[in-house]
Design a protein around this ligand. Sequence first.
Ligand code: THU
Length: 133
Amino acid sequence: MTDQALIDAAVQVRQRAYAPYSKFFVGAALRTVDGDVFAGCNVENAAYPQGICAEGGALTSMVAGGGRQVVEIVVCGSGPAAVTPCGGCRQKLREFAGPDLRISMVNEVGHVVMVRTLAELLPDSFGPDHLLP
Ligand code: THU
């Protein structure tokens, strides 16, 4: 079962997204191994590549708040279909989560439309364990 508090946080923070160019609002909320919840939304920029995804924002907030290990994340996109994390965000999640990370995609009213593990979305991934002794 997807954590309802995370669903609520992702739906809420999506409403704060700054997406004047794509008009595609995304929210993400994650829970750490310590039980803390951090959220983020996409923040676009007139210089398009400088935009930040919701998942990246949530991870930045987590690190700034002292968190290091994600155990669950909920992504809330626009429209009825599942918005899965982009390739870059999958790799960013890999830095702070294991292959079993539960990734739930919810629609804008908070209904779960897809659940995947990180390993399913990013198989045979490259991670910190490849570099750190
Ligand atoms: N976006 C996210 O925030 N997360 C995703 O997983 C997919 C895409 C954002 C980036 C951009 O601001 C908008 O959605 C359209 O691509």
